[in-house]
Design a protein around this ligand. Structure first.
Ligand code: ADP
Length: 492
């Protein structure tokens, strides 16, 4: 019998020591009389039996963060007041600073005379539970405060949650929708979508930014973007879906407005091109007549007539005007894809010397220094259009180096390409303008006031060169000058 009792005692001690719940006891004076391993672990402290009182905790706080002295802890009050203390959660701090939420449950026991003989306290660690609750509260407040509709449903499509965002977007209240079928929101032509969605969700897949339409309580069909994810239970089984529904009416309207805007811009642009084409065409006829009449007058008046100089000035201006009109006509031809090219085979170096002669003849401010050692530069190209590009680049070099007296033309043949370049030491082009230089009607802002031009010469030149399977590019630094290059294939 004694053996049995001894065995039983040992057994109980083993259970007390090893249960995963912290348990300890105190005597009537509050001295700790026993504690198990779980209690020691929870406190992070090893109390001295018969010396330490009330509780093994290093520090105790109430839930508002106020410090609680050991002699007024729940265990101390249970012994002093002779009653069970329930539901008073405390926060225990270990010597390493870590904090734990603890639910104590001290139960006093009494001697034969009814006086308190001590108490047993169990300490339940509720830290994880509290953390989860805080996380849940945070998630719930996000769900409640978001403007998106967040809805959850079972795999059979029964709505299980409905947030404020859903009320706002879909106009149904939570009470109206809980327990109802999600198909209530589907337009008649989209009923089939639900089974497709559920099939995907049941396979564990997520649906991301699926754009569709849903019907609000007041019967409006609104464009929405849906993101739907599977919801799993604690065993990892898919039991439903959570859906984030975003009203994309505003995003969609903006898209439409943008589309309309760019359509009207396109119309305006083509109207402008049409106008430029028409206007330059209409201007061409009177200018040709003025030019003709001026030439007749020039021939009719004698060479010593002092009016002759005015006729020559007028003829020069008419020539400039005709060049501008010709450029504008070219732009409109390029825009309508009707810039005709007429290819012939010729020697580029001959063309170059003709053009230089012509330019040098009409220009006295600059010397055009040519370096062209290559010979037999046979190309198949539109002679007039290539001449137009050369004239444009050399004229620009002269025009944009008003304080200089020379421009340098260089021609080389590299592989199967002729490389033409013209260098000036003029005003140059700031880096920020580089990317726009070949755009139609573009002029670097800092030249606009001082040097006249329409900003179409380089645009036309780049189109001509690209139609010759060539390339037009430049190097330029402000106040140091520019070099414009083009290359076109040479005949092999
Ligand atoms: P335009 O000279 O009639 O303005 P272009 O299309 O020939 O038109 O040239 C476009 C712009 O490129 C010019 O307005 C000018 O800002 C810049 N540019 C062209 N050539 C030069 C150059 N050689 N030096 C400096 N800037 C130039």
């Amino acid at each position: 019998m004694a053996d049995f009792l001894k065995y039983n005692m040992n057994n109980q001690t083993a259970i007390f020591n090893n249960v995963p719940i912290a348990i300890y006891s105190c005597d009537a004076q509050g001295y700790i009389t026993s504690y198990n391993k779980a209690a020691e672990k929870l406190w992070g402290v090893t109390p001295v039996i018969g010396k330490d009182k009330w509780c093994g905790s290093w520090k105790i706080f109430d839930l508002s963060g106020e410090s609680v002295s050991l002699d007024s802890c729940p265990m101390a009050r249970a012994i002093k007041e002779g009653r069970v203390i329930e539901g008073e959660e405390i926060v225990v701090q270990r010597p390493d600073g870590s904090l734990y939420n603890i639910m104590p449950h001290p139960i006093p026991f009494f001697d034969e005379s009814g006086a308190v003989a001590g108490a047993i306290n169990t300490l339940i660690d509720v830290t994880e539970q509290r953390k989860n609750e805080a996380k849940q509260r945070m998630l719930a407040s996000i769900v409640e405060s978001t403007d998106d509709a967040i809805i959850s449903k079972t795999l059979s499509g029964v709505i299980t949650s409905w947030n404020k965002g859903a009320e706002k977007i879909l106009k149904y209240t939570e009470v109206e929708m809980l327990g109802k079928s999600i198909t209530l929101l589907l337009p008649s032509d989209k009923i089939g979508e639900e089974s497709l969605i559920i099939d995907k969700i049941a396979r564990g897949e997520t649906i991301d930014h699926f754009e569709t339409r849903r019907i609000t309580k007041d019967g409006h069909s609104i464009p929405v973007s849906l993101t739907i994810s599977p919801v799993k239970n604690g065993y990892g089984q898919i039991i439903g879906a959570s859906k984030i529904l975003r009203d994309i009416t505003v995003q969609k309207l903006a898209e439409q407005a943008l589309q309309q805007h760019s359509e009207s811009l396109e119309i305006l642009n083509s109207k402008k091109d049409e106008f430029i084409g028409l206007a330059s065409h209409e201007l061409k006829t009177p200018i040709t007549s003025i030019n003709g009449y001026l030439q007749i007058i020039d021939q009719k008046i004698s060479s010593d007539d002092h009016n002759k100089v005015f006729i020559h000035k007028a003829l020069l201006q008419v020539k400039k005007l005709s060049a501008l009109i010709a450029d504008l006509l070219d732009v409109s031809k390029i825009e309508s894809g009707k810039l005709p090219l007429s290819f012939t085979t010729f020697d580029f170096s001959h063309l170059l010397s003709d053009v230089i002669e012509l330019l040098q003849h009409s220009n006295h401010s600059h010397e055009i220094v040519v370096n062209c050692n290559a010979t037999n530069l046979i190309v198949t190209a539109d002679k007039q259009r290539i001449e137009q590009v050369i004239i444009n680049l050399i004229s620009n070099a002269i025009k944009y180096s008003p304080n200089d007296i020379r421009v340098f033309v260089n021609v080389t043949c590299s592989g199967d390409q002729i490389v033409f370049s013209v260098q000036d030491f003029g005003i140059g082009i700031a880096q920020k303008f580089h990317k726009h230089i070949f755009s139609k009607f573009y002029r670097a802002e800092d030249v606009e006031a001082n040097i006249s031009g329409l900003g179409i010469g380089l645009y036309i030149s780049s189109q001509i060169i690209s139609r010759h399977s060539g390339r037009l590019w430049f190097d330029s630094k402000p106040n140091e000058g520019s070099t414009f290059f083009f290359e076109i294939p040479v005949n092999q």
